[in-house]
Design a protein around this ligand. Structure first.
Ligand code: SPV
Ligand code: MG
Length: 290
């Protein structure tokens, strides 16, 4: 079974699907081990791991290669963040089969102009394309998929751009009409009110997807209770955990003048060896090395 079948079945079941961000295969493996239903192939995380802003500084090829590496490592569905689709509807037609071939189960494409600016930055440059143009990009994505269950998620940035609920609802309905399988509605308000108002007003057939980074008080139980949200994406918790932990450990080693105190606080080298997939390699050795 292809991972897009798994994701499609989860969406059809209306059970909440949980996706954790990953910027490399190790993070994806740990997320899978922790019990998340899938992986979010976050552009923000990958950009941060290259120490550049999440503003189409990295090429599509860099993101695609990371998606290939992640999909080769985990067996849970990978939802690839393709930003604005790296161009117009023509570009989208060409990249969707590449993301499918890389092993993604879904893409999320947002209705901003290329090059985008990141959504959660205060005073970011948030410019949206015309509704008709984005409908064309969704149509191109849907027509280009090779596997019928590959999931195309349209992301509405109207609330991020400060254009209000009416514009967000108008865009979401237009994107559903163009063939989107789900609508990701994004908000950077510090309380969930804006998102809850959108959910209450949403009368479309397709499920919604949320990224509750800015309003972390909204739990999975709250989200599931709405009955309209199919996916919750934790957008940046892998890179924040990793960056925070590295910073603290590096500072302590400098303070202590050595690794004598931090050592016991870190995962053991044998843990890393396990997460590298050592057991798999040893089984191959045993079977084939003569
Ligand atoms: C990402 O993780 O790259 C996202 C989510 O697109 S956000 O950063 O909140 O825009
Ligand atoms: Mg992104």
């Amino acid at each position: 079974m292809h991972t897009s079948n798994t994701l499609r079945a989860a969406l059809d079941s209306r059970r909440l699907f949980t996706a954790m961000a990953a910027h490399n295969p190790l993070a994806a493996r740990l997320a899978e081990e922790a019990g998340f239903d899938g992986i979010w192939g976050s552009g923000f995380e990958l950009s941060a791991s290259y120490a550049v802003p999440d503003a189409n500084i990295l090429s599509m090829g860099t993101h695609l290669e990371m998606m290939r590496a992640i999909a080769a490592t985990v067996s849970t569905p990978l939802i690839a963040d393709i930003d604005t689709g790296f161009g117009n509807a023509v570009n989208v037609s060409y990249i969707i089969p590449q993301y499918e071939a890389a092993g993604a189960a879904a893409v999320v494409m947002e209705d901003k102009t290329f090059p985008k600016d990141t959504s959660l930055r205060a005073q970011g440059r948030q410019e949206l394309v015309r509704i008709e143009e984005f409908q064309g990009k969704i149509g191109a994505a849907v027509a280009a998929r090779r596997h019928k269950d590959f999931v195309v998620i349209a992301r509405v940035e109207a609330l991020i751009a400060g254009l209000g609920q009416d514009e967000a609802l108008r865009r979401a309905a237009a994107y559903e009409e163009a063939g989107a399988d789900a609508i990701l509605i994004h908000s950077r308000q510090k309380t969930p009110d804006e998102i809850l108002a959108f959910i209450a007003a949403w009368t479309g057939r397709v499920p919604l997807a949320l990224v509750p980074t800015a309003y972390p008080q909204l739990t999975e139980a709250d989200i599931a209770a709405s009955g309209k949200v199919g996916i919750v994406i934790y957008g940046n918790h892998a890179i924040r955990a990793a960056a925070g932990a590295m910073r603290a450990v590096f500072a302590q080693i400098r303070r202590d003048g050595g690794i004598q105190n931090v050592d016991a606080t870190l995962p053991a080298v044998k843990d890393i060896i396990t997460w590298q997939g050592d057991a798999y390699m040893r089984a191959i050795e045993k079977r084939f090395l003569r």
